[in-house]
Write a protein that binds this ligand. Structure first.
Ligand SMILES: *Cc1c(COP(=O)(O)O)cnc(C)c1O
Length: 376
């Protein structure tokens, strides 16, 4: 059996090595390492794939979130509603821009922000909502957009984990996650579903004015060369990363299918185990399985993690400490907030190996070992 990895980007690369190597070689031969034409080509191809008007590449997914909040002209003290159960990048940029993070609860079924909790958290200072499509499944965007319209709030979708997922509205219309709110942001960190060979990120929007603003902000607030209209930053996707991503984008749908098949395998294996709650699939979204995350009931999670490690099976806890309990936010006194589902989940979730290169032998071995521990 091949060694089991949490993410196997190497085997994935080997399968399209010729195309990727050729694309990288073209960039090197052109020497256009920054802002080469491949960056724009990739942005156009990604916009087509997502069916969104504008894609603005940038340096990473954290910058994308920051730039989105800058473009919306959020002011110090403005409140931004966000789930506490997410990767720190989502919430860190809120504090970095001197905005106030308002941490709310997630839905225990989908792990995504709970629309009822959003509504309850709105004050006169609320300016934006940042739903996170966690683990690869959409937050409940239809309800979130209804709330946003009612209270005139911006919606920034953190789509770092769900690129390619569909959101299905009650009228049957399908849209890609990240293209529903005011701005969508994504990350091309190597282990993400569309991963580069280094850092990368992007913003998407259907709003023309906003797109122009985002483009300026990622490039020193520049409207034309050496004319700087607003304070911006330096956040570029380099040409080599764009070349890699442009090749991988062609395979994204197939990568998603492979992840779903692996998830189905796990689902079947754990079907009759009452101590494992497999990921639920929301009716309004399909799942692109950035992570396959289960909830353990009456199982010692740390012991399971150690047991699996001994059997050479990696596993990860995403995330052991919810944002509202991070020291980083001590100035906001959020540790005392009552967010029980989030606390409950952070003690019980564990993510199993999930990537495009898992074979049946590996999946079989992993699920048998998990069940062996859980059932003993
Ligand atoms: C990965 C990730 C980010 C940050 O992306 P980087 O490219 O690492 O900066 C933001 N939000 C979520 C939910 C992520 O998973």
């Amino acid at each position: 059996m091949k060694p089991i990895q949490m993410v196997d980007t190497q085997t994935q690369y080997q399968k399209i090595k010729n195309e990727i190597d050729f694309a990288i070689r073209e960039v090197i031969d052109s020497s256009a390492f920054i802002n080469g034409k491949i960056v724009q080509e990739f942005a156009i191809n990604l916009a087509k794939y997502l069916d969104v008007k504008h894609v603005i590449p940038c340096a990473n997914g954290t910058d994308a979130l920051q730039v989105a909040m800058m473009a919306l002209r959020l002011q110090p003290g403005d409140e931004v509603i966000t789930p506490s159960f997410t990767y720190i990048a989502t919430t860190e940029v809120i504090a970095l821009l001197k905005l106030t993070p308002v941490f709310v609860e997630v839905d225990p079924q989908t792990f995504c922000i709970d629309p009822v909790a959003i509504r309850n958290a709105i004050t006169s200072k609320t300016k934006a909502i940042v739903p996170v499509h966690l683990y690869g499944q959409a937050a409940h965007m239809e309800e979130i957009m209804t709330i946003a319209r009612e209270f005139h709030l911006h919606v920034i979708e953190d789509n770092a984990q769900a690129i390619g997922a569909d959101y299905i509205f009650t009228n049957g219309i399908k849209k890609k996650t990240g293209t529903i709110g005011t701005i969508g942001t994504t990350s091309f960190y190597p282990s993400k579903n569309l991963g580069a060979f280094g850092d990368g990120g992007a913003l998407y929007t259907n709003d023309e004015k906003l797109a122009a603003n985002l483009k300026m902000i990622v490039n020193h607030g520049q409207s034309k060369k050496y004319y700087h209209d607003v304070v911006g930053c330096n956040s570029r996707l380099d040409s080599i990363q764009a070349a890699v991503l442009n090749e991988k984008l062609k395979h994204l749908d197939q990568y998603i299918e492979t992840r779903r098949a692996a998830a189905d395998f796990y689902d079947n294996a754990f079907e009759h185990c009452t101590k494992i709650k497999t990921p639920s699939r929301a009716a309004y979204s399909n799942h692109v399985f950035h992570q396959y995350t289960i909830i353990l009931e009456n199982v010692d999670r740390d012991e399971l993690h150690k047991f699996l490690a001994k059997k050479k099976i990696p596993s990860m806890i995403y995330y052991p400490v919810p944002c509202h309990r991070q020291k980083m936010f001590s100035q906001f006194n959020t540790a005392s907030l009552d967010i029980p589902v989030t606390d409950w989940l952070s003690e019980r979730v564990i993510s199993l190996p999930m990537h495009t290169e898992l074979d049946e032998e590996q999946l079989n071995y992993i699920s048998h070992k998990v069940l062996e521990f859980v059932n003993r």
